[in-house]
Design a protein around this ligand. Sequence first.
Ligand code: F6R
Ligand code: MG
Ligand code: MG
Length: 375
Amino acid sequence: MSGKITVSLIKADVGSYPGHVRVHEDLLEKARSELKEYENNGDIIDFKVFNAGDDLELLISHHKGMDSKEIHEIAWNVFEKATEIAKDLKLYGAGQDLLSDAFSGNIRGMGPGVAEMEFTERGAEPLVAFMMDKTEPGAFNLPIFRMFADPFNTAGLIIDPSLHAGFVFEIWDILENKRVFMKTPEETYSLLALIGAKSRFVIKRVFPKDGGKLPPDEPVAVVSTEKLYQIAGEYVGKDDPVALVRAQSGLPALGEVLEPFAFPHLVSGWMRGSHNGPLMPVPFKYSQCTRFDGPPRVIAAGFQIAYGKLVGPVDLFDDPAFDQVRAKASEIAEYMRRHGPFEPHRLPMEDMEYTTLPKVLEGLKSRFENIVDIR
Ligand code: F6R
Ligand code: MG
Ligand code: MG
């Protein structure tokens, strides 16, 4: 137990309806009642349950620190209980993200996605939980970069002396399993050279720099980076990512944290995890992927943290100020759809490697003739 608090956002697709559209209310209810017991027993401080499309999202605050076996086991147990209901209701893909029969100490690598951070709670601590469906961890690269490093997004980088020094980005190479720390603004171009390749290099965490208002070893943003296909060895759904971002007083203001989502940037995922499409910011009630199993969506739940309690949520994209973005996203969705099976709507071949496409191409292999021989 430590004096700091930890916020863990843990998610899994354990069944949805119809098809991959959304989580059933009975699963959300079950997750709430289970977590309530853990709260009553003093195992956790507080919790909230959401759905991002077909993903069941558990937001938990506690004193147990990062990678706590106890907290991860709680989440695993909740997902298992929800799976039982999903099976009874014959929901689609019941239990699909629980890739192991039994919990083995840490939920990472077992299917669910995790974003968690431990930090000293400030006098007032605003926190945003972002939850995406039908896309991959790299979908956060552009918005997180803009929040913490783009002065055209975050006025505070220019105006506020406490942001002026910039931030430190922890970047993961998720193919080579390596990481690198890079500073902005001084290494901005090199950073962008990496994170522009969003299917490989992903922003894992952001830290304040030394000598500022906030402790440099406590993260101010964190993204889940689990790649399901790498864990399972084959395509078992997309890696629908989540992120936690702290705001204000030496960090981007709440509005600067939301501002990057005013641009519906292209992300990969959507239908069969195989297509590029716009990311649409939506209120909770529209967190259900319908058109062509999409388009990919993001919700944002805003909180103040009070002694570990999660005061909220405020449904941050439930605002007419984002109507234009949604209209633009629909327009882009329509434009992209007109390409049908053609790239760049469909993902490039290397990204299709883990989908069901190679199985189709396998059947054609024996029919290929060598062009040199027939010239
Ligand atoms: C994308 C997604 C869906 C499914 C699609 C096919 O992340 O979950 O688009 O890939 O509905 O699903 P299956 O293969 O289960 O019929
Ligand atoms: Mg699903
Ligand atoms: Mg999903």
